[in-house]
Ligand binder design. Structure first.
Ligand SMILES: NC(=O)c1ccc[n+]([C@@H]2O[C@H](COP(=O)([O-])OP(=O)(O)OC[C@H]3O[C@@H](n4cnc5c(N)ncnc54)[C@H](OP(=O)(O)O)[C@@H]3O)[C@@H](O)[C@H]2O)c1
Length: 326
C-alpha cells in the first residue's frame, strides 16, 4: 500500500509518500481504506526519533483516521463493507489502509466528510479522558485550559461547555483567545501579556479552578499550583515548555491537590475501547446535531505531509491539521 514513510528521523523533510506493507486484520478487526488522517504533536516527536511507537504498533505515523470499511473480521458483528468509520489508532494513520478493533470504530455522522471525522478522535478522546475520567468534572466546576486554541484545547472547551461547567483559556494571541471564547470559554488570557495566575485569581474572585489541563509543563507549574482551588487537579498532558519543575509539597498537602500525569497512547486496548464507547455515547449525538464541532484549521493533501508538519511546528494552527489520503 501507499503510506507516508520516513527517510530516517529529523525535520519535516524526512517525510515522503512511499510504499509500506498493508496491515492484516484479525477476526475482531475491521480493515479500513483510510480517506483522511490528522496531525498530532506526538507525530512531530516520533518523526524526530523522540517518541517510539508502543510495542506492537505500526511504525507509520498517525494516531487517528476516518475511512471506509473494506473487510470485516469473522468475529465482528454489526459492521459491513462500505460503512464509514473513524477511530483512534496506536499508529499507522498516514497510510492507505489501517486495521482497527471493531469495538473501537465509531460511525461517522451522515453529514460529516472524512476530513471532519478524522479531526475528532485523538484530541476529543484526550480531552474526554482528562476532564471526565481523571478530572472527575462535574457541572458548575471551573476549568483552566492552557493552549486553548490547540487541537486538544478546542475540544476541551466544547466538552466543558457541554458538561455545564465553566472554562477559562490561555493562548498566545488575541485571535486565538477570540476563537476560544467563540467555542464557549468564559474568559481568556494572552500569555504574552504577562503571567496568567493573577488574572485567573481576579476573575475567579480568589477561588481558583477545580481542574487545569496543562500542555506547557515546567514554566507553568508554580502558577498552576497557585491557581487550583481546594481539592483541585492538575493534569499534565504535555510538556511543550519543559519537564523539570519543583514544588512546595506543603501546598499540595494543605490544599489537598492532585498532580496527574497522563498519556492516552500507552493505555491498554481494553481501556481505549471503554473510553471510545463512553465518548461515542456522549459525543456522537452532539456532533450529529451541531452542539459539538471538529475544529479544523487546514486540510493538506497527504503528498504535502512535510508542509503540514512544518505548519504545526510554527504554532499557527487553531484546532486540527488534517491530511487527505487520496
Ligand atoms: N498525554 C496525552 O495523552 C496527549 C494526547 C494528545 C496530545 N497531547 C499533548 O497535548 C498538547 C497539545 O496537542 P495538540 O495536538 O492539541 O497541539 P496543537 O494543536 O499543535 O497546539 C499546540 C499549541 O500549544 C501552544 N504552545 C506550543 N509551545 C508552547 C509553549 N512553550 N508555551 C505555551 N504554549 C505553547 C501553541 O499555541 P499558542 O499560540 O497558544 O502558544 C501551539 O499552537 C501537546 O503537548 C501534545 O503532545 C498529549
Amino acid at each position: 500500500m501507499r503510506a507516508v514513510v520516513m527517510n530516517g528521523t529529523g525535520g519535516p523533510e524526512v517525510l515522503t509518500l512511499g510504499e509500506a506493507e498493508a496491515p492484516q486484520h484479525g477476526p475482531n478487526e475491521l480493515l479500513v481504506r483510510v480517506r483522511a488522517t490528522a496531525l498530532n504533536r506526538a507525530d512531530l516527536l516520533q518523526r524526530r526519533g523522540l517518541y517510539p511507537p508502543p510495542p506492537g504498533a505500526s511504525e507509520i505515523l498517525g494516531l487517528e483516521m476516518a475511512g471506509e470499511v473494506v473487510a470485516v473480521g469473522s468475529a465482528c458483528a454489526g459492521w459491513q463493507v462500505g460503512d464509514r468509520v473513524f477511530a483512534l489508532l496506536p499508529g499507522g494513520g498516514y497510510a492507505e489502509y489501517a486495521a482497527i478493533p471493531a469495538e473501537m470504530a465509531m460511525r461517522i455522522p451522515d453529514s460529516f466528510r472524512f476530513e471532519e471525522a478524522a479531526a475528532i478522535p485523538e484530541v476529543f478522546l484526550t480531552a474526554y479522558l482528562n476532564l471526565f475520567w481523571l478530572g472527575g468534572l462535574r457541572a458548575g466546576q471551573r476549568v483552566l485550559v492552557h493552549a486553548g486554541a490547540s487541537g486538544v484545547g478546542t475540544a476541551a472547551i466544547q466538552l466543558i461547555r457541554e458538561a455545564g461547567a465553566v472554562s477559562f483559556a490561555t493562548a498566545g494571541s488575541a485571535d486565538k483567545i477570540k476563537r476560544c471564547l467563540a467555542l464557549g470559554a468564559q474568559a481568556g488570557w494572552n500569555y504574552h501579556d504577562g503571567p496568567f495566575a493573577p488574572w485567573l485569581k481576579e476573575i475567579t474572585e480568589g477561588h481558583g479552578v477545580d481542574i487545569i489541563l496543562d500542555f506547557v509543563g515546567a514554566p507553568y507549574f508554580e502558577q498552576n499550583i497557585r491557581s487550583l482551588a481546594m481539592d483541585g487537579r492538575l493534569m499534565i498532558i504535555g510538556t511543550l515548555g519543559g519537564v523539570n519543575a519543583s514544588v512546595n509539597l506543603g501546598t499540595l498537602l494543605s490544599r489537598r491537590l492532585q498532580v496527574i500525569g497522563t498519556a492516552l497512547r500507552s493505555r491498554s486496548v481494553a481501556d481505549k475501547i471503554r473510553l471510545t464507547q463512553e465518548f461515542a455515547a456522549f459525543a456522537l449525538p452532539r456532533f450529529a446535531d451541531g452542539r459539538l464541532q471538529p475544529v479544523i484549521d487546514r486540510v493538506f493533501d497527504w503528498h504535502e505531509a512535510a508542509a503540514a508538519h512544518a505548519y504545526m511546528e510554527s504554532n499557527a494552527n487553531v484546532g486540527k491539521i488534517v491530511l487527505k489520503v487520496t
